[in-house]
Ligand binder design. Structure first.
Ligand code: ASP
Length: 436
């Protein structure tokens, strides 16, 4: 590695991951101290400084996200045969769904073991958001953009993925054309997007140098506002969620998928998975973390043909962490409202709606709390003003940032795990990178 000189040389020469970890720990400590010593406007005033530096990081990542998805997807889709793309796609889709369903199961089980429950009187004032009713047909139809520019402007990831895939596939056919003029034009367009993808990758490396400061800024706010609230039943919910997150990572990702199925060295995987894990943890956005996840897949040797579509797709539809959260949170609200948990048919409904809700929700901060509304609607526990359920929902919303950190880290790690193991199985990895 080249050594940087100058005023900030010490900063750039110090291992990036250690710098990020220091930012994380420092942010948590400062946040807890601030949150317990000052309050009200004074606290908000100090925190606005931290969130300013944190938001710079979030905005930089989001700035790169769409150009990266579009360019890598077009390059990826046009360098693989449609048949191969289909085979890989089906496997990835299967694992995304299977791991999510399993995750809801773990979430419900942890809810059942920890049994978080609160005493709330009806007619609480706090209220809350309305569940939007979207039918399965709408969710599927919305994947096809009617106006690609509008989809880009509104950062709708699934329609952008769909368009880029179709565009890339069409490009791959033109590149095989017998007509030299068409072939040349197609090759030129391919090189253009390949160039953009390379440039954007370079930008990510630069942005990551800012990560330690961004991490500190983001984490301080969360700990200052949510940290002191984590007492009593909310503490039990946090513990139930994080125990479930850990079980899922160890059992499903490390032991089953990476070690047994993918036959990949877990330590080797962790080496590159750490950056997206931490970035997701602090930004609470799978979409925002995409540039970092894509860079990790590249370092793990996964071919662009695979990760270019599986990671943006996963950021939107594969949310294992959110699934766990839904299981625990729904149990808490049911216990608080009804005094008992779920029957088998309700469990079936929860698994189904939670999976569908995660497909239809974007990977942005707080999305899980909206999914929870849909799940609760489906089991006849709607959040209406003044009800006990609404009070319980409002309580859990108060610490959503904390729960969201863990679930987003898991959402993103799940995408990277499935992508890497499927790519390895389908022989679409550069083994010299993955095995060194
Ligand atoms: N923040 C999560 C993500 O971006 C979604 C959620 O809230 O569960 O993946």
């Amino acid at each position: 590695m080249e050594t940087k000189k100058g005023l900030l040389g010490w900063y750039f020469n110090f291992n990036l991951l250690y710098r990020i970890m220091i930012g994380l720990i420092l942010g948590a400590v400062i946040g807890m101290v601030l949150g317990t010593t000052i309050e009200g406007e004074a606290l908000q005033g100090v925190l606005s400084w931290f969130s300013f530096f944190g938001n710079i990081f979030v905005r930089l990542l989001n700035m790169i996200m769409l150009p990266l998805i579009i360019s890598t997807l077009i390059v990826g889709a046009s360098s693989v045969s449609p048949a191969q793309l289909g085979k890989v796609g089906i496997r990835i889709f299967f694992f995304y769904l299977a791991t999510s369903a399993f995750a809801i199961g773990i979430g419900l089980a942890m809810g059942g073991i920890f049994r978080p429950q609160a005493e709330i009187a009806a007619l609480t004032e706090e209220i809350v958001r309305e569940a939007t009713r979207t039918s399965i047909f709408d969710i599927l139809l919305n994947i096809i953009p009617t106006n690609i520019v509008a989809s880009i402007v509104n950062v709708q990831v699934l329609p952008v993925i769909f368009f880029s895939l179709v565009f890339g596939l069409a490009l791959s056919y033109l590149r095989m054309s017998g007509d030299a003029r068409i072939k040349n034009t197609a090759d030129m367009i391919y090189s253009f997007f390949e160039g953009i993808a390379e440039i954007v990758m370079k930008m990510i490396k630069g942005v990551m140098q800012y990560a330690p400061i961004g991490v500190l800024g983001l984490i301080t706010g969360v700990f200052a506002t949510s940290g002191p609230r984590v007492v009593g039943v909310l503490g039990t919910i946090v513990i139930a969620c994080f125990v479930a997150y850990t079980i899922h990572v160890v059992l499903v990702y490390a032991i089953f998928l990476i070690k047994m199925y993918g036959k990949i060295n877990v330590r080797r995987f962790i080496r590159d998975a750490k950056n997206p894990f931490i970035t997701a943890f602090v930004t609470r956005s799978s979409n925002g973390t995409l540039p970092v996840t894509i860079q990790a897949a590249e370092n793990l040797g996964v071919k662009k043909d695979v990760y270019s579509f599986s990671l943006p797709l996963g950021a939107t539809i594969n949310m294992d962490g959110a699934a766990i959260y839904l299981g625990v949170a729904a149990t808490f609200i049911a216990l608080t409202t009804w005094g008992h948990g779920f029957n088998p048919s309700q469990i079936g409904i929860i698994i189904l709606t939670a999976t569908l809700a995660s497909i239809g929700s974007a990977g942005i901060p707080g999305a899980g709390a909206i999914m929870l509304l849909m799940v609760l609607e489906a089991i006849n526990l709607p959040i209406q003003s003044g009800t006990v359920a609404a009070g319980a929902y409002a309580m859990i919303l108060g610490i959503d940032a904390l729960l969201d950190m863990g679930r987003t880290a898991l959402n993103v790690t799940g995408d990277l795990v499935v992508t890497t193991v499927v790519a390895k199985k389908m022989k679409m990895v550069d083994l010299s990178k993955l095995e060194n």
